[in-house]
Ligand binder design. Structure first.
Ligand SMILES: *Cc1c(COP(=O)(O)O)cnc(C)c1O
Length: 392
């Protein structure tokens, strides 16, 4: 099989990467010349810019998206023995944040069309220990947020939306980030905008907002009206066990500069996704991503699903052959509960059969704004000739 497919291009095309321009570099250099490297004026400027962009009242920046999810679980009051419902088709962080708080993630299977959590299966998993739901907007397509928030209201649960993939997506005309109780975005370099590492929670509830701020910095406050004692002007209080999850001003300045380009970034992602859709929609052996009418995706990922009955090999061969051709394919994701750590905790295999089946059939194709139309066409060419070759 080694030399069956020549490379479609001379350089390796990754599945995602950042787009940094001279303005971004100047913004970061500016901070380095200034007084603050960590918490300074750019943090609140970035928070306000993100809050305004998504239409939320507040935003709290964190050192990364995972820390932000941890903060949200804390603010939601998740503790020892509490259960939190989430999807297996996500990055481990969406469930790990529950474990950090001593809670138990409960995995609910996906809707086989959208690959997002199936809202109809949520109620069956609610017990008197359930405290929250963490839906994930996989690939940038919003989960069924109305159904989820209705269930949450009925059972008094907090909704923490993992929108690491969905900055700029809309649901029923509203921007993701303004809908759930708390929404997390990540600024890892493969995501829509980057701050190097970075994450944020957008939130409308003031009580959550204040808890998030304090959690981000050791559980410490200096706010006069919150202090239990007062020893003098130096005085601060650590009132609960928080962490050092602060973002730096360096990161925030980069984030601010990147956010100015979000419309262009999303436009390009949508354009390239449309090119893939057009190229693959009539192809036997490949299923293009279904889009729910309630949402408009911001296209973090483009995932094709293989129709293995129409192919002579498994996903693994197709994947390897695409890599051979210099196409940086990936798989998002291995169902979280299949990870050895989760297996060791006692999670059974097969608890989410639709997620596991999807896992066997999915391949993520390169998609990022800094790629060119020529790059997109290289991917299309490689996928077409690979699928044609392995057609039954
Ligand atoms: C990227 C990502 C995270 C975590 O974000 P980090 O900033 O890398 O910590 C969480 N959930 C999902 C679905 C992600 O893709």
């Amino acid at each position: 099989m080694q030399n069956r497919f020549s490379r479609v291009r001379s350089t390796y095309l990754p599945y995602g990467r950042q787009w940094i321009d001279e303005e971004d570099i100047a913004a970061v250099a500016d901070v380095l010349h200034g007084d603050y490297l960590t918490t300074g004026p750019y943090i609140s400027e970035f928070e306000q810019a993100v809050a305004q962009y998504v239409g939320a009242k507040y935003a709290v920046a964190f050192s990364n998206g995972t820390a932000a999810l941890h903060g949200a679980c804390f603010a939601a009051g998740i503790g020892e023995g509490d259960e939190v419902i989430t999807t297996p088709m996500t990055f481990a962080a969406s469930a790990n944040c529950v474990l950090y708080q001593g809670g138990t993630p409960i995995f609910v299977d996906i809707d086989a069309r959208t690959y997002n959590i199936d809202p109809e299966k949520i109620e069956g998993k609610i017990t008197n220990k359930t405290k929250a739901i963490i839906p994930v907007d996989l690939t940038g397509q919003p989960a069924e947020l109305d159904c989820i928030s209705e269930i949450a209201k009925q059972y008094n649960l907090v909704v923490i939306e993992d929108a690491a993939h969905a900055l700029g997506a809309t649901y029923k005309g509203k921007k993701v980030g303004s809908i759930s109780d708390m929404t997390m975005f990540s600024f890892h370099p493969v995501k829509h905008i980057t701050s190097g590492e970075g994450g944020i929670i957008t939130v409308n509830n003031e009580e959550y907002y204040e808890k998030l701020l304090q959690f981000r910095s050791h559980g410490i406050t200096r706010e006069q009206n919150k202090l239990k004692e007062y020893h003098g002007p130096w005085y601060y209080e650590m009132q609960f066990l928080g962490y050092n999850y602060r973002m730096t001003d360096i990161q925030a300045a980069l984030g601010i500069s990147q956010l100015k380009k979000i419309d262009k970034f999303i436009e390009l992602r949508r354009k390239y996704a449309a090119m893939y859709n057009k190229a693959f929609q009539a192809m036997d052996g490949v299923i293009i991503p279904f889009q729910h009418e309630d949402g408009e995706s911001s296209w973090h990922l483009y995932i094709i699903r293989l129709n293995l009955e129409k192919l002579t090999v498994s996903r693994r061969e197709i994947f390897e052959v695409l890599q051979q051709q210099n196409i940086g394919v990936n798989v998002h994701y291995i169902p979280v509960y299949l990870q050895p750590y989760y297996q060791q905790l006692g999670y059974q295999k097969r608890i989410c059969p639709k997620g596991e089946q999807l896992y066997e059939e999915m391949i993520t194709l390169p998609l990022f704004p800094a790629m060119s139309e020529e790059d997109v066409n290289d991917v299309i060419k490689a996928v077409k000739r690979t699928i044609d070759y392995y057609k039954r």
